[in-house]
Write a protein that binds this ligand. Structure first.
Ligand code: GLC
Length: 413
């Protein structure tokens, strides 16, 4: 890929982030954030914002800082950070009855990495200090409220909390026949769950668990949690809080150990989610099964097997990698949301994992193919893994992660 193509993609990504920019005035205060898409997804979303700032940090770090300030303004007194903040009144009336202008469920805890990412490009310690308390409160809430069996693994009670709404991983829980999957049909049980949280559990975690038929220790959530708890320990160290550094280091180690002992399946050489109190393994192979690479917690022999899966053209290494389920899986569909299409954020996570294990060659190749895909089809929500054709939202915020891929193309860690 030549320099001019790379510049074209980069400039397009900057334009996109400007286009989706919102400044909201509430009770005399301004909130700055980027909405995931200016038509389909209004408001601010937790993990989307973390990805946006990984791109923004390279050309508008002040906006990136404000985006995270706006996000943590939605934090609840108990420490949770909701998946959506600055909800439009419409959603408050039909979906999320929390008494606030936020939802009550959460999303992938990748905020510590986003904060650290800004620190990397700005060296702004005051910002690190400002984000430290909200981060500690969020992680403490996860470790208490969301680890009811105390095994070091956190649980989610709604597929939306993983950000991977209709992954084939959830099919057996919802009784979905993969051959007959319809997105609108699957939205019914998901909306029912939200109504139960609204009217029965009042968003109290132990009650959410009791009423939800979805009770999952998800491999992706735990890898994000583990890596970000380690990052939080690093932030604590940087700020001179030795005791807290140790506390979060130990917690990250506990989670790493639990992932490695409970979620690994030697027969298939991959990691999987655990469902319900009996911790049944949900054995659909998706790239999320490979995230221990991103968390840096897979032993070398296991990492080798994970990388083999990733580079296998009959599994994940298609013309435009990485499809969100093994292409041999019965649910695989090259045009259907999280059921086989390619997402820029998933690829970005894979690139981080490959770098962590010294596979700079493959990380670079994946980054380049991702940039080429965006150059070909624009900043779409998701893409066909064989043709690179774009689908879903037309101006999708986190596809701007290509900026970070370009800036770090030759990095090896
Ligand atoms: C969809 C995605 C979720 C994302 C949200 C906003 O619900 O599945 O991961 O956060 O849209 O972009």
């Amino acid at each position: 890929m030549d320099k001019s193509a790379m510049n074209r993609v980069r400039q397009g990504a900057e334009r996109l982030l400007h286009r989706n920019r919102r400044i909201l005035r509430k009770n005399g205060k301004d909130y700055h954030f980027t909405c995931p898409d200016d038509i389909m997804y209004q408001g601010q979303w937790l993990w989307d914002s973390c990805f946006h700032v990984m791109a923004l940090r390279w050309f508008d770090p002040d906006f990136a800082k404000n985006e995270l300030r706006s996000l943590v303004s939605g934090q609840w007194p108990d420490g949770r950070i909701p998946n959506m903040v600055h909800l439009r009144p419409f959603y408050r009336r039909i979906e999320h009855f929390t008494g606030r202008d936020t939802s009550g469920i959460t999303q992938p805890p990748i905020l510590a990495d986003a904060v650290w990412g800004i620190y990397e490009t700005t060296g702004d310690r005051a910002f690190l200090e400002e984000m430290f308390q909200p981060l500690c409160r969020f992680h403490d809430w996860l470790s208490v409220d969301r680890d009811p069996d105390g095994d070091g693994l956190i649980s989610v009670y709604h597929p939306w909390e993983t950000g991977i709404d209709n992954s084939p991983r959830w099919d057996t829980i919802f009784g979905v026949d993969p051959a007959k999957f319809k997105r609108w049909k699957f939205n019914i049980p998901k909306t029912k769950l939200i109504m139960l949280f609204n009217f029965v559990s009042g968003y109290r975690s132990e009650r959410m668990r009791r009423v939800s038929l979805f009770d999952v220790e998800a491999i992706d959530m735990n890898c994000y949690y583990c890596r970000n708890t380690a990052t939080l320990a690093r932030i604590a160290g940087e700020l001179g809080h030795g005791g807290l550094r140790e506390k979060y280091e130990l917690r990250a180690e506990d989670t790493a150990q639990a992932i490695n002992t409970k979620m690994y399946d030697p027969a298939t050489g991959a990691y999987y989610c655990l469902e319900g109190r009996g911790e049944r393994m949900l054995k659909a192979l998706t790239p999320f099964s490979l995230l221990p690479l991103y968390a840096g917690i897979a032993a070398p022999d296991r990492a080798e097997r994970l990388i083999e899966r990733l580079s296998d053209p009959d599994t994940f290494w298609t013309e435009y990698p990485v499809p969100t389920v093994d292409i041999k899986h019965p649910a695989f569909d090259p045009a259907q949301y999280w059921r086989g299409t390619v997402w820029v954020n998933t690829n970005w996570l894979m690139v981080q994992g490959l770098r962590r294990y010294g596979r700079q060659d493959m990380a670079r190749e994946l980054a380049l193919r991702t940039i080429a895909m965006v150059d070909r089809s624009g900043f779409r929500e998701y893409y066909d893994p064989f043709t690179g054709q774009g689908h879903g939202a037309g101006h999708f915020g986190w596809s701007s992660l290509v900026i970070d891929l370009i800036e770090t193309l030759d990095r090896d860690s």
